[in-house]
Structures are given as structure tokens and as C-alpha cells.
Ligand binder design. Structure first.
Ligand code: CA
Length: 417
């Protein structure tokens, strides 16, 4: 009915006018948010900090002159509904093809080879103590901070304070804020040294404050775990992190593999492990043409297809999922493993990445909602095609008579609309 449409239109205009009128002048708004932030710190954070052993002097020093930074990503500003961000702030949310661009890889691999030679003795000592090979440690260092070259410019208290106040995952950031205060309270660092990324991660290995407290290592023996300035401390801290996450010494991270059609892409995932020799019996081979090492063939492996059938496929080991403890992304873990292999002399992926266009993070989120409504496990609606989403897509494709490739594409988007 046109009349009703007009009425709705008029109502929308009135709402617009109302919300414009409610907006205070910019200066006044900034003052309000600053006052609200100060009240939040004092009434909400301080009692918890005091209970955690933080002195008032430490607390005041940490927040001296700190204002909320409303430009940080992933904040839910007052009056705003949380939504899946269409814009992708972290590179881990890009398409695999973009993530593994050869120039990205080549710079990490090239510098990694130089550093592998330069720090050979340190890396050998680190592998003896923690069981993690040097190239893996270097690849993490390269990925996290460009081997220490990346600027880490933010005041950690500004970032963590703002995020504890307004981020989507407030509780996690509140715990990290308390941990950051404890680092200063314990005398590890001065307030002015607490520099972080926009996400609150510290130093060259990009540890959240709680990880710094439990995992940072003094490997050069000067009495301080200095992950901002010391290369041995940085490298050993990364290795310690992986060891504590369950790294299995002596095992690889994984192997690029040919997956025949009779092995379904829906068999992917860390909860569907089986002896690698079972995959071999089903026809899986390494792309290198070499057999799986005997000790690996006997042990557990996992099908890992980060772009479904639209990219290279892998038989991963438990160490692949240990790397994901550092950064919970298949693409991240694969980048680390692959870059490490290439530092040690390995070549590029044999399989090519098909860049699927026309599917945004928002599209993936809508597909996930539909699949979830059908009772499928997509691992949460987040717009990211993780392994649970990929294999549910594959199961749906099979049931709908589509080509089973376990990857979101335009045909699936249309079918699910
Ligand atoms: Ca040290």
C-alpha cells in the first residue's frame, strides 16, 4: 500500500530528525566520553586491580593522561548494535589467495634465511630447550612483527582500557588490562615501556599481557624477559609459547598433499584425525612425490583444506593446531609452516589458489546463519570460513546436488538466499 509506505517514510524522517537533535556538540560529547571512561576506570577497574595487588600509585601512573581511543577497531560505541564487521581489520580474514601472495611470502622467507644463519647458535640452543625448530620460530617472529621492524606505537593502557570499556570481548580485555597493570606492579617494565599494537599485544612476539606474564623468557641471561629489544628473549619466548601449547618435538607441521575425489573435503578438521597411513591407503599422496616419513605415517594426521577444493590441500599434524594456539587461523598456521619450510629450502605451493570473487564476509555470515538454522555446526556466525563452516558447506552442497568443494561461492550464496 503506497499510503503505508509514505507513512513509514515519514516516521523514518522523524526518527532521523530526533536522533540528529539528540547528538550533542562534538566537544561536549568528547568530554562526556572522557568523564564516563574515568568513572569506568575508577568504579569498575580499580576495585578489581586493587584485589589483584595493584597499588594506587601504579594504577594512577598507568592511566595518567590516558584518554579512551574511540578510533580503535572492533569497539561497540554506546547506542550502536554489535554486528559482524563487513570490513576486515585483520589480514587473517582475507581470501587465501591474497593472504599467500608471493611477494608477502618471499619477503618473510628471504629475511628468514638470512636470520637463520645469523642466529644459528641461539636457535639451536632454543630447539634443544623447547623442541621447536628454528625456522618455525623465525616465521612467527617475521609474521608478528616483521622480525622486530614493525612499529608498536600504542600506549597499552590506552588500548586495553578502551577495549575493556567498549570492545566486543570486554571480559577478555579486562583480564588483560589487569595483567598489564601487574607487569608494571611486579617491576618488569615501566609504564612508559608498555607499548602495544592496536589489539593490545606486546613486543616483537606480540604477546597479550597475560601471555607475557606466563610465557616470556629471559634467554640472554640479563635478568629481564625483554621481548621489545632482545632477539634471544624474543625467539625463546615464541618457542616457549609453542612448547607450552603442546608442540610435539620431532614432528613436522604438515605436508601439501593430493586429495583424491573419494576422500571428501567434509573429513577436514582437528576432531577427525586418523593415522596418516589411513589417508595414504585411501590414495592421498604428497605433492613432492616423496613418501610420508615412516614416523609420520604411523602417527595421527588431519585433513586440512583452507580453501576447500579451491586451493592446495594438506595433511596437517598436531603441531599445525599448536601454531593455531598462537593465532587461531588456519591461514596463519599455514603461513608459518609454509614459510618455515621455504626458509629450510622448500619450494612454493604446488596447488594454485582460486580467488573466489563476489563473496564478502557479510555474505559468509548470512550463509552461516542459514546453515546453522538447518542444524549444521558452522562454529559460530562470524563471517569467516573456518573448518566447521567449510565442511558444513560441503555437506550442504552434497545434499543439494551441487559440486562439493567446501568453500563459499556465488552459486551457494544464490542457493541459500
Ligand atoms: Ca633478557
Amino acid at each position: 500500500m503506497p499510503g503505508l509506505t509514505l507513512l513509514r517514510h515519514a516516521a523514518a524522517l522523524i526518527l532521523l530528525a530526533l536522533s540528529a537533535a539528540m547528538l550533542a556538540p562534538v566537544g561536549a560529547r568528547a568530554q562526556t566520553s572522557q568523564a564516563d571512561f574515568a568513572r569506568f576506570l575508577d568504579q569498575d577497574i580499580w576495585p578489581q586491580a586493587r584485589a589483584a595487588g595493584i597499588s594506587r600509585a601504579t594504577f594512577d601512573a598507568a592511566f595518567d593522561g590516558v584518554k579512551p581511543n574511540l578510533k580503535l577497531p572492533d569497539l561497540v560505541l554506546p547506542g550502536q548494535a554489535p554486528a559482524v564487521a563487513e570490513k576486515q581489520h585483520q589480514a587473517e580474514f582475507q581470501s587465501p589467495a591474497a593472504y599467500f601472495r608471493e611477494d608477502n611470502l618471499r619477503s618473510v622467507v628471504g629475511q628468514g634465511r638470512t636470520l637463520l644463519a645469523r642466529h644459528a647458535d641461539t636457535l639451536r640452543a632454543i630447539e634443544r630447550r623447547y623442541g621447536v625448530p628454528g625456522p618455525i620460530v623465525l616465521a612467527v617472529w617475521g609474521r608478528e612483527s616483521g622480525f622486530g621492524a614493525a612499529r608498536i606505537p600504542y600506549n597499552a593502557f590506552e588500548v586495553l582500557g578502551t577495549k575493556a570499556w567498549l570492545a566486543r570481548r570486554k571480559d577478555m580485555f579486562r583480564a588483560e588490562l589487569i595483567a598489564a597493570l601487574q607487569i608494571v606492579q611486579d617491576g618488569h617494565l615501566r609504564v612508559s615501556d608498555m607499548k602495544s599494537s592496536w589489539a593490545g599485544a606486546l613486543g616483537q612476539p606480540q604477546f597479550m599481557p597475560s601471555k607475557f606474564r606466563s610465557l616470556a623468557v629471559d634467554f640472554d641471561g640479563d635478568g629481564r624477559a625483554d621481548i621489545w629489544n632482545s632477539v634471544p628473549d624474543t625467539l625463546a619466548s615464541i618457542a616457549h609459547y609453542l612448547q607450552q601449547s603442546g608442540w610435539v618435538a620431532g614432528r613436522d607441521w604438515g605436508f601439501e598433499a593430493n586429495i583424491p575425489d573419494n576422500v571428501s573435503c567434509t573429513l577436514e578438521g582437528p576432531d577427525q584425525g586418523r593415522p596418516i597411513r589411513d589417508f595414504v591407503a585411501a590414495g592421498v599422496t604428497r605433492v613432492s612425490g616423496r613418501p610420508f616419513p615412516t614416523h609420520e605415517a604411523q602417527a595421527t594426521g588431519f585433513l586440512m583444506m583452507p580453501a576447500g577444493r579451491m586451493g592446495p590441500a594438506f595433511i596437517a599434524t598436531p603441531n599445525f593446531y599448536v601454531i593455531k594456539e598462537y593465532n587461531n587461523s588456519d591461514l596463519y598456521a599455514l603461513f608459518i609452516g609454509h614459510a618455515a619450510d621455504r626458509m629450510a629450502g622448500g619450494g612454493a605451493f604446488k596447488g594454485g589458489w582460486v580467488d573466489v570473487t563476489g563473496v564478502s564476509r557479510g555474505d559468509v555470515a548470512r550463509m552461516q546463519e542459514r546453515l546453522q538454522a538447518m542444524g549444521m555446526d558452522v562454529g559460530g556466525v562470524d563471517g569467516l570460513p573456518g573448518f566447521k563452516t567449510r565442511r558444513s558447506i560441503g555437506a550442504y552442497e552434497a545434499s543439494a546436488g551441487l559440486r562439493v568443494d567446501c568453500w563459499p561461492n556465488a552459486a551457494l550464496k544464490q542457493k541459500l538466499n
